[in-house]
Design a protein around this ligand. Sequence first.
Ligand code: ZN
Length: 99
Amino acid sequence: MDCPQCGLASPPESLRCDCGYDFRFRRPGGGQPGVPLTKSETILWILLIIFVPLVGPLAGLSYSMYKLAKGKRDARMMLMASIMILVVNVLFLTIAISK
Ligand SMILES: [Zn+2]
């Protein structure tokens, strides 16, 4: 395995080059700032950004519907709030993705 950072050949089982380059995560060692995100990290962030604003209100929605089904009328406010947050988040996500 040739290091993309310094060009030094390393055994295939090695996790790190002598210069500190990390073969597993394909980035320079030493936790240097300003290292660009790898593809999988970018995908992870996109998933987090998309799903966190949806999962929260959806959880609130299903919880309040469960409460309403049990005859708790005060859960209606929670249901309305969850729907509003969900709609706002979907709008923001649509704007963010279309850019
Ligand atoms: Zn190296």
